[in-house]
Structures are given as C-alpha cells and as structure tokens.
Design a binder for this molecule. Sequence first.
Ligand code: MLT
Length: 265
Amino acid sequence: MRQYRTNGGPMAHGESGSGPKDPLVLLHAFPLNRRMWVPQVRALNGDRRVIAPDYPGFGRSPRPCAQPDVRLYAEGVREFLDSLHLERVALGGLSMGGYVAFACLRLFPERISALVLANTRPDPDPEEARETRRELARRVTEEGVEILPDLQMERLLSKRTIREKPEVVEDVRGMILESSPDGVVAALGAMRERPDSTDLLGEIEVPTLVVGGEEDAISSPEVMEAMAGKIPDSRYVTLPNAGHLSNLEAPEKFNAALAGFLARV
Ligand code: MLT
C-alpha cells in the first residue's frame, strides 16, 4: 500500500496488475474503503492495472480537512491520478463512488476513457434523506463509528447475504470500523449536498457499464435502468441475489459483467 498527497492529504491505495490498456480506478462506497474492491482487483488484474484508493478519512487515508463537497473528492482523485502519472483511466464507482465519479466527469472528462456506475443514482438527496444524514453525522460525532455497522448493514446487504454469507457481513463490518469519524462526517455532508447529475447523463461520451443488484433498496433496479437509458453508449446489467454492495454479494457475476465490458474498452 502506498500513499500520495492530494488536496485532502495523502490518499492511500491498493493496486495490482499491469497491461497496455488504460488502468481501471475503482472508487469505494460509504462508509467502506478500498478493500471492498479486493474481489475485482484479483479477478481483473490479469491484463490490466487495477487501482483502488481510500477517500480521506477512510481505510488508511488520514482524516480530511475537507468541507462537505463531493467536488473535493473528485479533486482528490485528479491529484491522485497526477501522482501516479495516469493520463487516462477507466473509472468505476459504486454508490458514493458513483457520486464521486459524476463529479470527476464534470472536472476532467477528457481523462476518463470508460465508466462503470455500480449501485448508484444521479439524483440528489430528498429533504428527508438530508435530515437523516445530518442526524447520523451528529451521532457519529458524539458516539463514534461503532454505531455504524448495525445502522448500515441492512441498507448495504440483502437479507439473503446477511443470512447466508457471514464472512461478507464481517468483512463489511471490519471496513466500516476502519473509518474515522471525521471521514464519515465529511462524506455524509458531501453526499447530502451533492448536485443533481441527471443532466450529465446524456453528455457522457464514453462506453458505460451500469450494474446493480436486484435487491438494492438504495439504488433500485428501476433507478439504475432509467439512468442507463439516459446514457448514450451504455450497457445495463442487474444481478440476482445482490443488494447494494453487489460487487461483494455476487462477485462472480459482477466480475463477469465487468470483464465482458472491459474487454471492449
Ligand atoms: C454508499 O453506499 O456509498 C451510500 O450508502 C450511498 C448513500 O447513502 O447515498
């Protein structure tokens, strides 16, 4: 694991593989970290460099000085790419990673050669969700990140995964507990204030894979399909027996969809 300085401080990352094609950079969900991409890094590193950073305050990246603005995460990603001398990449993001990917598309579309939008949505938070995030930020400040696994698990994983895959539940719990309170509070604010990206969809000029889980209650199949329908060169895949963290809940099918897509970009 290496660290590079970004606007928000050094950004840790994990990576594996090499190859002639543009590297794949994978942006993680909230409140997890780069480790959520381990099944994809392992499956796809045969002919391509695969890189997964930690946002400031998550995983091994130091806490942020960031204001709650998703654009700062995208600036961090841009600086991270500069540090690695990566001119163009295939960019993927799951959930909050998708929100950050939209902000990256606004800031540096010329450096993105292909896009993967997993379990994410283009619209901003409705007021009720904004209030829930404010309350959660208040509680994390007062009580710490230890409250998060119980509050988040049923949002993130399908009932079947929780019942039948205890190792996934434990892995997710471990990642959540590696997050810093400052990182969580900043990310909650950034998600709460994120702009509407619906108008951006029609302007996406690169091949795009939209992949979701049939049992995802946060980014439902309806939302995902409608989003894919607005992106000119997109392919939409929905995975059975998967909730919000579809890459961890159905890794083989997720990897197959990703590998099939990456083979043509
Ligand atoms: C995530 O998985 O990144 C978050 O649950 C997304 C959200 O809360 O909107």
